[in-house]
Ligand binder design. Structure first.
Ligand SMILES: [Zn+2]
Length: 258
């Protein structure tokens, strides 16, 4: 079976020996992995890993809560990486209103500038959206023409109804460890309701461990088979068929994957 993790973070602090870590990930059947940046330096680190391993790709971008990176101009660093042959997306970008003192104006500006960047280079975007469903949907509607390279809502956590609206706008959705928990009713309902051709698998490693690694850190892309198993069950598919569909969906959205 060929699995893909479309959204994870890789760094030495959490994983120590990165080559050994990647060897273990490959051994469990993950055959493509998209390492995602959250600011200029992390995006560049992902580039280095992607240059060393042919099955690793990357996304470059500035995360909504990384104000310091936004203010020091890291979007320009992301732009430098956008034309790299293994840079498959701009991300992660978006809105995160979780902390009450957040600067929503700066987040919106950072988000819009990077949607424009994706449009300029014909890339899809990977979107992080937390506690900001309404504003995110509004931006997706307004920016529909600029998002013609495609977009993914990573770790999708809103309602099935909102998913429907976003799916009608052409969005894709990726699900991680959360969907493996019995009490994660919303994520499980959303997966059951979405068309199979919009669903992708991710881990958001080192965060969001699946049920079998509850409370453990770091999570790793080795959790992908467990996640795909749950997606398959929710869709009434054999695990192998679910893995195939997810692989095809990823190649349809991230056109630079080879
Ligand atoms: Zn992430």
């Amino acid at each position: 079976m060929n699995y893909i993790d479309v959204h994870c973070h890789i760094n030495q602090t959490d994983y120590g020996d990165v080559p050994l870590f990647l060897e273990k990930v490959f051994a469990c059947g993950v055959r493509k992995l998209i390492a995602v940046g959250f600011d200029g330096p992390s995006s560049d680190y992902c580039r280095k890993i992607a240059e060393r391993y042919d099955w690793v790709y990357f996304a470059a971008g500035v995360h909504p809560t990384e104000y310091a990176a936004f203010r020091r101009g890291d979007i320009a660093a992301a732009e430098d990486l956008a034309t790299h042959p293994k840079c498959v997306a701009v991300g992660e970008i978006g809105l995160d209103y979780h902390y009450p003192d957040t600067d929503k104006g700066a987040q919106t500006e950072c988000f819009l500038q990077q949607i424009a960047l994706a449009e300029k280079y014909g890339l899809p975007v990977q979107i992080h959206s937390r506690d900001a469903a309404e504003d995110t949907v509004e931006i997706l509607k307004q920016q529909k023409p600029a998002l013609r390279g495609g977009f993914l809502l990573h770790c999708y956590s809103y309602s099935p109804e909102t998913a429907r609206i976003i799916s009608d706008l052409g969005g894709y959705f990726s699900f991680g460890g959360v969907c493996t928990y019995k009490n994660s009713k919303r994520a499980r309902k959303t997966i059951a309701a979405l068309p199979a051709d919009r669903i992708l698998s991710e881990t958001d490693s080192p965060y969001l461990p699946p049920a079998s690694k509850y409370g453990k850190f770091p999570n790793t892309p080795e959790s992908i088979p467990e996640i795909v198993g749950h997606i398959a069950a929710l869709k009434g598919l054999a695990e192998e068929d679910a893995a195939d569909i997810i692989w095809k969906n990823a190649c349809a959205l991230f056109k630079k994957l080879k």
